[in-house]
Design a protein. Structure first.
Length: 558
């Protein structure tokens, strides 16, 4: 009786809203029980370090989920501001594009590992539970978190839609938003299914890693098409300008449905776009239900194939460890972190998209200039005339805290025992080793590549600027990790409800790096001031790494 009363509330929603739409061939009681166990485990999944220190953490997952919703609701308020504009088609095209972009980004970075997880098969395989039930429970589990994020994002737009355009429009907007969420989830499932179907073994695992990077780049860059397709000049006046790119934007398809029902009408391509949407959604759902769902878990068995593990480091990694630390224990732990990351594919599936973002953000900044009237030549000329190109260097550290948190995660609840038996009293050197891996193994090569591009434009006169930017990057990155993600590598059990943490840390990093970049670009213009800035940042880094990054860190032992 007590167990039933302590059931997660979402199960009651699943009983009312999901159960009627499931196939009669599925055993719903099995699905419900698996989902209940998954949600209970989520509620208990917290930092292993905190567990061993005996701290009170019962409400931590709830706070994490609430923080996630608040972060995405803040973004949703910005989206909702477009609902009061007269151009319904343009406003909804941008709104739905942002929704699709965020859903795919979160799905790939946070939940694809859940979809591709094979660890629970060893447990459920011993029970009379079919693969379809396992797959359905897994997808409902993911849909719960993705749907919560989508609801937080679109709730402000729904409220504004009801108030500004009436009840019927508000209901239609809500329904279309729900359909978009379902389509995004099922489309991602279809894509992963095709990859599992085509490839196998070790090659499949490599393909999945590459696919994560490709999808991250493709999604973000395709998102940049939207503001270039919508005429900004006509947007504020309520005018709709035709563009053939509408047919390539799914967000325009769904927006056309609302425009055809509640807009002025009379535009042929609006009805064509709306006509594309209905059969496309039906076709996707039929494919997902008839082909993907029955076969997905079977294809997932390919990921359980084992292969020889690579336990060696590259000469570059060995040299980096030797140069960055004279402490033998810290040096050894840097090598351990590098080896573990190279062997852990789930970690790489999360890590590489974040690294890809470091490249994408500078591209987004310069893309409007390159695609403008003057083209690439005009962009280079404008770059040479000003100093704003230095801002590209500061973007390198925006995802550093998120990257370190990925390294801090583990799927093995017993990993904390490794630290308990280490003959090291102050474990802060283990954390510093992980931070150095993030800074110098993963982010510094990207910084060097961007610096080479800028030196090609500005010439060697920009060397002091590059040095100053790099020292600022090291300081700010280390400082942000110190205050927001100070944890032992491989010590934090990943929490499915914490998808908003990375976004929040991104905004914090954006604010801090923007402040440092603004001071550098607009105040330190002369060589003398730049040399003073370099001296100040050297001192700041020495203080940070000598005192704050060396603060005693211990855990409960025995």
């Amino acid at each position: 009786m007590k167990m039933k009363n302590s059931e997660p509330f979402v199960l009651k929603l699943v009983d009312k809203c999901v159960k009627p739409f499931l196939s009669k061939d599925l055993n719903y009681s099995h699905i419900r029980e698996m989902l209940r166990l998954k949600l209970i485990m989520d509620s208990r999944r917290v930092s292993l370090v905190l567990q061993n220190n005996g701290k009170k953490i019962g409400k931590e997952p709830k706070k994490s989920m609430l923080l996630t919703c608040l972060v995405y609701m803040g973004l949703g308020i910005f989206i909702a501001s477009m609902q009061v504009m007269p151009n319904m088609f343009g406003a909804n095209t941008i709104s739905f594009a942002m929704l699709i972009f965020m859903l795919f980004s979160v799905y790939i970075s946070e939940y694809s590992a859940v979809l591709l997880d094979t660890t629970e098969k060893s447990f459920y395989g011993a029970l009379p539970i079919g693969k379809n039930e396992i797959s359905t429970a897994k997808n409902i589990h993911i849909a719960y978190y993705i749907g919560t994020i989508a609801a937080a994002m679109m709730l402000p737009s729904m409220i504004v839609g009801f108030i500004s355009k009436g009840i019927l429009y508000g209901l239609a907007f809500t329904l279309v938003s729900i359909v978009i969420v379902v389509v995004c989830l099922h489309l991602a499932g279809v894509i992963y299914y095709l990859l599992l179907k085509i490839f196998s073994g070790e090659k499949l695992k490599d393909i999945l890693s590459g696919f994560q990077i490709f999808m991250t780049i493709a999604i973000v860059l395709s998102y940049q098409i939207v503001p270039r397709v919508i005429s900004i000049a006509g947007f504020s006046k309520g005018q709709i300008t035709y563009s053939p790119f509408y047919f390539l934007l799914p967000s325009a398809w769904f927006s056309a449905v609302l425009e055809s029902l509640f807009g002025a009408g009379g535009l042929w391509y609006i009805y064509v776009l709306a006509g594309i949407t209905v059969p496309a959604v039906i076709l996707l759902e039929v494919l997902y239900k008839k082909k993907v769902m029955p076969e997905f878990e079977g294809e997932l068995d390919k990921l359980t194939e084992t292969a020889k593990e690579n336990k060696t480091l590259s000469p570059f990694s060995k040299l980096m460890c030797k140069l960055l630390s004279k402490d033998e224990q810290e040096n050894a732990f840097m090598k351990l972190v590098l080896i573990q990351v190279s062997r852990n594919r789930d970690m790489k599936l999360k890590l590489y998209p974040q690294l890809a973002n470091v490249f994408i953000l500078p591209i987004i900044m310069v893309l409007p200039q390159i695609t403008g009237e003057k083209g690439l030549a005009g962009f280079i000329e404008n770059l040479r005339e000003g100093r704003w190109g230095l801002a590209l260097l500061y973007f390198t550290g925006l995802t550093s805290a998120s990257i370190y948190m990925i390294i801090g995660q583990t799927e093995n609840a017993e990993s904390i025992m490794f630290y308990q038996i280490l003959p090291i009293e102050n474990l802060s050197k283990c954390i510093r080793a992980g931070v150095k891996v993030v800074l110098f193994r993963y982010l510094t090569p990207i910084f060097v590549a961007l610096s080479a591009l800028l030196l090609g434009v500005y010439g060697f006169v920009a060397i002091p600027d590059v040095i100053l930017a790099y020292l600022s990057f090291i300081f700010v990155t280390g400082f942000i990790i110190r205050i927001s993600a100070w944890m032992l590598p491989f010590s934090y059990e990943s929490d499915a409800a914490s998808a908003g943490n990375n976004l929040l840390m991104f905004f914090i990093s954006l604010f801090v790096f923007a402040a440092f970049g603004w001071v550098h670009i607009f105040w330190l213009k002369t060589l003398g001031l730049q040399l003073i800035g370099i001296a100040v940042m050297i001192l700041a880094n020495l203080v940070l790494w000598k005192f704050f990054m060396n603060k005693k860190y211990t855990i409960a032992r025995g």
